[in-house]
Design a protein around this ligand. Sequence first.
Ligand code: SRM
Ligand code: SF4
Length: 574
Amino acid sequence: MSEEKKLAANEYIKIDSNYLRGTIAEALEDSSTGSMPENDQQLLKFHGTYQQDDRDLRAERRKHKLEKAYSFMIRIRVPGGVATSEQWLQTDRLAGDFANGTIKLTTRQAFQFHGVIKGNLKRTIKEINQAAMDTIAACGDVNRNVMCNPNPYLSEVHADVLQVAKDISAHLTPQTPAYHEIWLDGEKVESTEKEIEPIYGKTYLPRKFKITIAVPPSNDVDIFANCLSFIAIVEDGKLVGFNVAVGGGMGSTHNNEKTYPRLADVIGFCTVDQVVDVAEKVVLVQRDFGDRTDRKHSRFKYTVDDHGPDWILAKLNEYLGYDLGPVRPYVFEDNGDRFGWTEGTNGNSHFTLFVQGGRVLDTADYPLRTGLREIAKVHTGDFRLTANQNLVIANVSPEKRAEIESLIKKYGIKDSLETSGLRLNSLACVALPTCGLALAEAERYLPDLITEIEDLVEENGLRHDAIVIRMTGCPNGCGRPFLAEIGFVGRAPGKYNLYLGGGFAGQRLSKLYRESVPATEIKATLAPIIARYAKERESGERFGDFCIRAGYVEATTQGRDFHLNIKPEAFVKR
Ligand code: SRM
Ligand code: SF4
């Protein structure tokens, strides 16, 4: 008989935590340190917050024998990415009162604060809840923020889809009273074990779980990078149901070929009435069959790969007690945002603006945060976060449009026409200085790199061509770099792996083109490829497709092939 493998350490932390309480409440009272005990740090993630330290200050503080400059990142869930003007104003206020004065719009349509010190953690989370938002399950081994296309008022279908996102989000939110007890001074509630977490149980999921809904032809939420996705199927203008896709994910580790990004498989179809049930049962399949022994192999994508999509479908049908229908036809055209003004079907309009790196802040020449605050004060519609870290000032009524337009102008909020196609289609993860896993810069460096590459696109007449370019500070893939046409992934300070050949609609993974390229050589490495693309592309041919046709990289057809067929010249010794 084979020996039972030992569970991963985090499983014991969950088991012993009394449904995510641990010693968080007591540790928050300890003012002798800015940090929290290690086990509580793991549990805090389920409550939506991460302990971090300012990595820019590490060396200096070490020199002076000081504790690291600890602070906390707080992630606010925004199901479907929709926030009211009042919620925007409160988020903006809290960013100034307790965080570092910036709001980060994330790649999963959530808000993040950075730099909240331990002494302010409880108050900040409490005030977030007072603004009718929450942070529970924004991180941790549970279902995360449910994403959906951000422009629901473009048609009634979008409104229906947003409601589905909210329903799934609510259904899969952890039930433990620990959150209320710790952060909101809630009363201790006595309940039986079975009542506490009917879906998750005591050990929650083996790993994080991510759900997304897309309305074709837009794949702006990158459904193929998610554990579970629903593709809206519209017939005669009505939402009739969803194709179900399982097993996507981006995270990998350098030099560990057992880890790889993977595209989700589309396995069946469900009706609108079934969708919450399907979401729950897929989560249960992962709860029961996901690998709890090795956290590098515990994402749902590996459960799907290990057992095969057919097995997953059969198990899902068994859990559901009925069968999913056959997959219905759908087409995705792109995974980017539509910038500028668009008109909704309800008479209102929407303005999508580019937010570099998703970071809302004021600088001397661009007072974006102030501008958005002033807009929120008069805006009667809402704000929508896109999965590309951009923002939609949504549902602007005809009476308010002139006022909003004049504020956009007054604060110099950038129109898409002033920005290159490359920049508009860029994404960068947070990376340094807050992310403890970053191997290289991303958010702080990509804007400058794009400025360099813009010279190339300009020279070659490609200024308004959309090319998807993404950078992350490590291969965890928070900016979904393996779906970009040009992807940079940090290897070491100032060095990046360069990936090419991702699909413009997020439908194909990229392939390693050059390993560990020094930042100083990136422009020269890309120059001949961009020049050839400008001259030799076929009508409508996308940059990622061209890179494959021209032989720079081979197409990656599935996650398991991600590390295969890499050309030897990718590994030039430097
Ligand atoms: Fe992420 C971990 C930031 C979207 C894959 N991610 C982290 C942490 C919390 C670092 C850590 O564990 O200590 C980063 C915090 C940085 C900071 O200082 O704020 C972090 N991830 C982000 C955000 C803020 C990036 C951004 O710039 O927008 C995104 C927040 C999303 C949200 O609102 O929930 C973010 N992370 C993603 C995505 C993209 C997506 O979900 O569409 C991915 C790839 C998809 C996937 O999950 O496979 C992603 N993050 C990871 C991973 C790799 C997981 C894996 O399968 O191996 C880690 C590391 C981990 O979990 O061990 C990670
Ligand atoms: Fe941090 Fe890596 Fe995610 Fe970037 S990709 S935020 S460096 S974990």
